[in-house]
Design a binder for this molecule. Structure first.
Ligand code: C2E
Ligand code: CA
Ligand code: CA
Length: 243
């Protein structure tokens, strides 16, 4: 029970409201203190513990979504990170179904974030499981677009709902003109291809204006809020007013 799930608000540029959030796992070890997910997730993917961690996160998200207070907050769905190893090993889909039934959650309340990953992305088990999740009604977001292979043919064939534009390219755009061209043209292209674009890592008003004018319709970043515990997140949403 040392794993916690924090939520980071995602702002909708059309409605000017917080309409969704990303669930992010936190590990606070009694002896070692805070351990960043960037450090323990890759290890858990290697030793197989990712299945248990992933299910812990999924269950906490379902519990959060089922609370009366969350239902009143007006969120459309929650973004949940899914390691592709969860789709290659174990019985993730069966466990998802069981947990959702326990909390009365439907797949349209959850968007699964996956990253592009070279060789494994062609694995049959993986593709079959993704298709099965889509058939159940889950939607998918492509995480960290701009860092990996950015294979457009693959992206179009995978039928993602949201593309998450990586924070690295955004931050580089502060000082580098070519990065800015790449960022804004990519956002525009993704919008024209029919995807929603979630820009992550937005920390300043300048960055917000840049990506919104390029067409990004969902914004996530410290400019609005860091990831925070459920209670703090709900307070934030309840009191949110965009000036
Ligand atoms: P990610 O999925 O790309 O998550 C976004 C990361 O960017 C989060 O880091 C978030 O706190 C950070 N971030 C968002 N906006 C800003 C900003 O404006 N400024 C800065 N400096 N950072 C910002 P976090 O929570 O440390 O997570 C790191 C990575 O760990 C995640 O990257 C994801 O790959 C992985 N991760 C986190 N939770 C889970 C989980 O439940 N399951 C899996 N499989 N992976 C997870
Ligand atoms: Ca993510
Ligand atoms: Ca990301």
């Amino acid at each position: 029970d040392e794993f916690k799930v924090y939520s980071q608000p995602i702002w909708n540029a059309d409605t000017k409201q917080i309409t969704t959030a990303e669930a992010l796992v936190r590990l606070i070890d009694p002896a070692l203190g805070f351990i960043p997910p960037d450090e323990f997730i890759p290890l858990a993917e290697q030793n197989g513990l990712i299945n248990d961690i992933g299910m812990t996160v999924f269950e906490k998200v379902c519990a959060f979504l089922s609370s009366e207070r969350t239902k009143k907050a007006g969120l459309t769905y929650i973004e949940v990170n899914l390691s592709i190893y969860q789709l290659i090993m174990g019985n993730t889909i069966g466990q998802f179904k069981e947990t959702m039934a326990k909390y009365g959650i439907t797949p349209d309340q959850i968007n699964l974030e996956i990253t592009e990953t070279g060789s494994v992305s062609t694995s049959n088990t993986l593709l079959t499981n993704i298709d099965e999740l889509k058939a159940l009604g889950f939607k998918f977001s492509l995480d960290d677009y701009g860092t990996g292979y950015s294979n457009l043919t693959y992206i179009i064939s995978m039928d993602f709902t949201n593309i998450k534009s990586d924070k690295g390219l955004l931050w580089a755009s502060d000082t580098d003109e070519n990065s800015k061209i790449l960022l804004t043209d990519t956002i525009q292209m993704m919008r024209r291809l029919g995807f929603n674009v979630i820009q992550e890592g937005v920390e300043t008003k300048e960055q917000l204006d840049l990506v919104v004018s390029a067409g990004a319709n969902l914004i996530q970043g410290y400019y609005f809020s860091k990831p925070v515990p459920a209670d703090e997140f709900l307070k934030y949403v309840e009191n949110f007013k965009y000036e």
